[in-house]
Design a protein around this ligand. Structure first.
Ligand code: CO
Length: 473
């Protein structure tokens, strides 16, 4: 089947390459040393059965090892249980975000009591304890070797707390040297448990527990220096539906705008919920940053008017070449911690964006100035632009090129950098004029192109990845 335009990014990639040095146009900064480790869906069919949604495809790992101005690429399927069972059965065996296997009655009983039991880590990469892991939204991270990309035993990474759903966006607190995330345990009364794990540890400690009868779908959460912010969008489920109906995971959630969007602000150190407040309904996948200023808590995220974006990400729709609507607005939600002023929402820039990043290592939880994101130009069928926002001046820069579809812009600071934008942006971009992907290196300050590395194949559109500095020696 010939695939053209952005649909190429939603096609299965079979090819797994061993270490391959990429040809370069331009110059990779000599100071840039480390691994960009990304994950994303790469197989959209198993046997005669197809996954239905962008979030469903089987995970592939991609590594760009940058050293001495050269870039070596390798890619490999993540051998999760979901992958191995699918391989051996020749069909889909584990439920994903929007695709369920066709179950036997016995499987149906087992599956329905374990919504999304899969471990298909196609959303993000992270360090957990001393392991490097691929994450999805179930609490089943899959460890892998960052050198060979081989999948490793992941038993040590399974959390000791109960729960079926988590996020693939853990926060890391540099000052406290710990990671934060939440787990959702379904029940007659469901529980969000926010927990912390000290650096180097895989032992979660509960920070706070919040009960709910209608748990929300929350892909990420916010973190300031003192607080965790759980933003409950009114895309909610009655957990009974998992027991009674064999619907794909996200089909159990309904948009109930009358509930509004609710913020829970939790003190990291005491576990106390210091504020619960709400505003009109909106939806978001991605929080950006959050910080306190003059008694107010600013929570930045990419906001959508409603949750219809979930439906816009079905593969049939994405492959049709229709105009993409899966981008939102960079929005600042301001919560009055000292008083009872209503929550305010302010759109920070009019551009339509997703996959926001910033200088996380140095600015997470604190006032910050620059946000980078993928976005789409009017009429585009997928993200085709990279944006740089200066929140202080309101100035923006963009990168785009005809036929190119953009991935998440990962910011890497220059060692010893003083300025917040002193570093580079790394983005895996699909160039449909050649049918291959490139690793694009932009100067994060000027947004000028420094280098592009030619990948020998088309990397399917993924979600997230992170840059890991090489250990010394
Ligand atoms: Co995400």
């Amino acid at each position: 089947m010939a695939t053209t335009g952005s649909a190429l990014g939603f096609s299965t990639l079979e090819q797994e390459l061993g270490e391959t040095e990429l040809t370069c146009r331009g110059q990779v900064p000599a100071w840039l040393e480390g691994d960009l480790l990304r994950t994303g869906p790469a197989r959209f069919e198993v046997g005669k059965v197809s996954y239905r949604h962008w979030f469903d495809g089987l995970a592939m790992l991609h590594r760009f090892r940058i050293h001495g101005g050269r870039v070596v690429y390798t890619n490999r399927y993540l051998h999760s249980n979901a992958y191995q069972e699918a391989e051996s059965a020749g069909t889909i065996r584990r439920p994903e975000f929007a695709t369920n296997p066709r179950p036997t009655l016995l499987q149906r009983l087992r599956l329905s009591s374990r919504p999304r039991s899969g471990d298909n880590g196609n959303v993000n990469t992270s360090r957990i304890g001393h392991h490097t892991a691929a994450l999805t939204e179930t609490p089943h991270p899959v460890a892998f070797d960052p050198d060979s990309l081989a999948t490793l035993d992941s038993e040590a990474l399974q959390p000791s707390l109960p729960g079926q759903i988590t996020t693939a966006h853990p926060h890391f607190d540099t000052r406290r040297q710990c990671q934060y995330n939440y787990l959702l345990e379904f029940g007659r009364v469901s529980r969000y448990r926010l927990y912390r794990m000290d650096a180097g540890s895989t032992d979660p400690q509960v920070v706070a527990t919040i009960d709910t009868r209608r748990p929300a779908y929350m892909h990420s959460f916010g973190m300031s220096d003192r607080y965790l912010i759980l933003t409950e969008f009114p895309l909610v489920t009655n957990p009974l539906s998992f027991l009674l109906l064999n619907r794909p995971f996200i089909r159990n959630y309904r948009w109930e705008p009358d509930r509004g969007t609710r913020f829970h602000v939790i003190d990291k150190d005491t576990g106390k919920v210091v504020k619960t407040c709400q505003t009109d309904a909106f939806f978001s996948f991605h929080h950006v940053n959050a910080f306190e200023q003059d008694g107010k808590l600013h929570v930045d995220l990419v906001a959508f008017a409603d949750a219809s974006v979930v439906d816009d990400l079905y593969l049939d729709h994405l492959r049709s070449g229709a105009v993409i609507t899966a981008t939102g607005k960079l929005t600042r939600c301001t919560i009055d911690l000292a008083g009872d002023d209503p929550v305010t929402l302010r759109v920070l820039d009019g551009a339509s964006v997703e996959l926001p990043r910033f200088d996380y290592r140095r600015r997470a939880g604190h006032a910050y100035r620059y946000v980078y994101a993928a976005g789409n130009s009017p009429g585009a069928s997928f993200f085709d632009t990279l944006h740089r926002f200066d929140l202080d001046t309101g100035e923006t820069d963009t990168w785009s090129e005809t036929g190119c579809y953009t991935g998440e812009p990962v910011f890497v600071p220059r060692p010893g950098a003083r300025g917040e934008d002193d570093g580079v942006i790394l983005s895996v971009v699909l160039d449909t004029t050649t049918g291959h992907s490139i690793l694009l290196v932009l100067d994060a300050s000027s947004f000028a192109e420094l280098a592009r590395l030619n990948v020998p194949h088309a990397v399917p559109f993924g979600f997230h990845g992170n840059f890991f500095s090489l250990p010394p020696g």
